[in-house]
Design a protein around this ligand. Structure first.
Ligand SMILES: NC(=O)c1ccc[n+]([C@@H]2O[C@H](COP(=O)([O-])OP(=O)(O)OC[C@H]3O[C@@H](n4cnc5c(N)ncnc54)[C@H](O)[C@@H]3O)[C@@H](O)[C@H]2O)c1
Ligand SMILES: O=P(O)(O)OC[C@@H](O)[C@@H](O)[C@H](O)[C@H](O)CO
Length: 385
């Protein structure tokens, strides 16, 4: 069995590749990073280290890679795959779509069997977004053919994998915890189960709980920590006042999730405590630059800040703590991050109100934007004093 995985980066090697290899797949990575591709091809294996006191090392063997810029190679790999997964970043899905489309055409022409394509990105409906990009490259008749043999189950993936600073470009250190939930309701019957994957019939509660707790909490620690001059999540999480603010945010998202999906409030409190413990992991160094990366994506309407804040308002609650994190996101000034640079230019040119309206796509008078703007002004006053 062959799995084609797009993105041999941190989560690709440290989580998806590891689980697929353990499940008996030969894993073919597609990546545009030549160093990673060459090393995977030459060595055919890499090591994953678990970031706990034992520092267990796991050898992942039987892997190889293809050059993701080579459309013909990508199409061939898609034609031969028994499973396709991605972990490239939700905004990159459109760039892998042409190769997937050419591969799907070849599969249909050859009468190949059914194929699941699972986007393992931090986004609601990641695989559905991938499908829309791929279908944009198919004609009407091929789309009908693809409907019969391709399924795009949405997924939620959870494992903290920081940016790696190892001499070996393939070595990757990951937290021990992991969770991978996949929407089984759209999968073909009798699919091959992957050990470690949780198959569910309704993914929404899982992806919203994950994105609006792990990722909202993470973004809060990053943006509020950045305001205080911290460089890592571990530094930020050693600041009790800051942890109090992160908890206030997670109380707001927790109320939303518990009410919307009927989770047990006590179990959800325990979930939050576990996550705060994971952020503190002393065996990891996770940079605020990574966790806060792509602030425009993180301020978009369905993502980890605005998404739960809008739900809180719908439920009649004012999400002040979330609004403060939205305001802090505007202060995330990392010139090497293209979205941060664009946000800073917009802030300088248009001001906070118009910038928030542009990137959240909400009307300027929306109650959430008024809350965020109030928080932005309070932060500005605080920083001046
Ligand atoms: N790192 C984590 O803790 C974590 C956890 C859960 C989910 N995620 C999600 O997983 C995705 C990847 O995150 P990451 O941290 O592994 O990032 P990363 O930057 O380490 O990995 C992304 C990889 O995709 C490759 N890539 C870029 N364009 C490509 C293309 N056109 N074709 C093939 N490969 C391409 C990059 O070269 C890189 O190796 C993101 O959506 C992220 O939100 C990350
Ligand atoms: O990958 P992003 O940019 O969506 O979010 C940054 C981190 O919050 C994220 O990568 C977490 O480490 C991960 O989602 C944990 O499962």
């Amino acid at each position: 069995m062959k799995a084609l995985h797009f993105g041999a980066g941190n989560i690709g090697r440290g989580f998806i590749g590891l689980l697929l290899s353990r499940a008996g797949y030969e894993v073919v990575f597609s990546d545009v990073n030549k160093t990673l591709v060459d090393a995977l091809r030459e060595r055919g294996e890499y090591t994953v280290t678990l970031a706990d006191d034992k520092q267990e090392r796991i050898r992942v063997a039987g892997v190889t890679a293809i050059d993701g810029t080579d459309l013909a190679a990508v199409a061939s790999a898609v034609a031969e795959a028994d499973l396709v997964t991605t972990a490239v970043g939700v905004n990159i899905l459109k760039h892998i779509a042409p190769g997937l489309a050419r591969g799907i055409e070849r599969r249909i022409a050859a009468g190949a069997g059914p194929l699941h394509l699972i986007a393992c990105e931090n986004a609601i409906g990641g695989s559905a977004q991938l499908k829309a990009h791929v279908y944009g490259h198919l004609d009407e008749e091929t789309r009908r053919g693809a409907d019969a043999v391709c399924a795009f189950p949405n997924a939620a993936v959870d494992r903290i994998v920081p940016i790696q600073h190892n001499e070996d470009p393939l070595a990757v250190t990951v937290e021990p915890f992991y969770e991978w939930a996949v929407d089984a309701s759209v999968m073909f019957p009798d699919f091959k189960r992957i050990e470690g994957v949780h198959y569910v019939n309704d993914l929404t509660p899982y992806i919203e709980r994950k994105l609006f707790t792990v990722n909202t909490g993470h973004a809060s620690a990053a943006y509020l920590g950045n305001l205080k001059g911290y460089e890592t999540i571990q530094q930020a999480m050693a600041d009790d006042a800051l942890v109090g603010e992160v908890r206030a945010v997670l109380d707001e998202t927790g109320a939303v999730i518990v009410r919307k999906h009927g989770f047990d409030p006590e179990a959800h409190r325990h979930y939050i405590d576990t996550i705060l413990g994971r952020f503190r992991n002393p065996n990891l160094t996770d940079e605020i630059a990574r966790v806060g990366r792509s602030p425009i994506r993180k301020l978009s309407p369905n993502d980890r800040l605005v998404g739960p804040a809008l739900l809180a308002l719908e439920q009649g609650n004012e999400p002040d703590a979330l609004a403060k994190v939205m305001a802090a996101a505007l202060r995330f000034d990392y010139p090497d991050d293209p979205e941060s640079a664009e946000l800073q230019r917009s802030l300088a040119d248009r001001g906070a109100g118009a910038t928030l309206a542009k990137y959240t796509t909400l009307p300027p008078e929306h109650p959430l934007l008024l809350l965020a703007l109030k928080q932005f002004e309070a932060l500005a006053a605080e920083l001046q004093s």
